[in-house]
Each structure stands twice: as C-alpha cells, then as structure tokens.
Design a protein around this ligand. Structure first.
Ligand code: ZN
Ligand code: ZN
Length: 104
C-alpha cells in the first residue's frame, strides 16, 4: 500500500531534502533535525547512508508535501516505535550528532 511512490515524487523529495535526512522527531535522539547525509543509490538499504520515504497519514496519491526523506534509523524508529533495536538506533543517531558538532 505504502510501498509505491512515483519516481517523480521521490526525486522532488530527494532534491528538496538536499540528500539529507529531514526527520524532526526529537524522540530519536538527534535533536531538532537529523540532517544525516544520504547516498542516492542506498535507497531502501540498511546501510548508514541508506534512506526511505516516510509518508504522513493515509493517502491515495502522494505529494512531496506529505513525504519526508529519512535515514534508515529514523525511518525504522518512525514506522515502529517498538522496534527491538530502538535503543541501539537511538544511540547511533545521538552519536552522529556528537560527531557533527565537532566538525563545525
Ligand atoms: Zn535520520
Ligand atoms: Zn529521526
């Protein structure tokens, strides 16, 4: 049902997000915005630069407005808050944030 997102929608979301995770869920541990850089060819991959498109609510025809580009960890936590790896994923997201604050 939620698996098939037209490629043009996907492209628009990817471009809008500038190849970074757009997740803003503070429960994930990454602060206000995840902002993780993603790799286009890692679509649907569990790699650290893998990404997915999360869709808000129910839809018939998705539009970019209701789509959020998410890294693998954010997406897993978003679709399944009871994920068995919740703590591990949250730890990974928190760690990334720490590393990035040293960069800038
Ligand atoms: Zn993320
Ligand atoms: Zn997140």
């Amino acid at each position: 049902m939620h698996d098939e997102i037209p490629i043009d929608i996907e492209d628009k979301v990817w471009k809008r997000a500038d190849a970074r995770c757009e997740c803003e869920n503070p429960k994930h541990g990454h602060g206000y915005l995840c902002d993780e850089p993603l790799y286009h060819r890692s679509r649907g991959s569990s790699r650290s630069d893998g990404w997915w498109i999360y869709i808000e609510g129910e839809w018939n025809i998705p539009t970019p407005e209701i789509c959020t580009l998410m890294c693998h960890y954010c997406y897993q936590l978003e679709i399944n808050p009871k994920h068995p790896e919740f703590k591990t994923y949250r730890g990974i997201l928190k760690n990334r944030r720490k590393h990035r604050s040293y960069e800038s």
